[in-house]
Design a protein around this ligand. Sequence first.
Ligand SMILES: [Zn+2]
Ligand SMILES: [Zn+2]
Length: 141
Amino acid sequence: MGQPNDLSGQCICGAVRYRVQDNMAAFKLCYCSFCQKASGSAHVANAFTTPDQIEWLQGKEMLTSFDVPNSQVRRVFCCACGTTLPFETQNGKFLVVPAGSLSSPPSSPVAAIVGWASRPAWYDTALGLIEATRTEERTAQ
Ligand SMILES: [Zn+2]
Ligand SMILES: [Zn+2]
């Protein structure tokens, strides 16, 4: 299915499926307070490309969207399961792909951390635990 340089993605319930070219211009984590709300977690992980790079394979009619006021952001999600899915910015310039909706990682690595000063208070504790877990993992190998 698709070209070797395609990435595929889908929502949790499987109603919506898409394919996007693996040529992301940027891949960023954002910890700002807006992105905490958007993700329900400490940060979003978004890859950026252009709207002509996506092909909706299935369930496009299931997409629901919300244009965030005074912003380029449009929240797009599956109306059945609520999974956050790729969206075109309100000015039509960019396609923003939530990395977690992809079935395999983009080939470009995370290249920027945005909004770090706004990270939630619990995140540094979590980072310490992540580091301890990584150490255990290395020790076990
Ligand atoms: Zn769904
Ligand atoms: Zn943000």
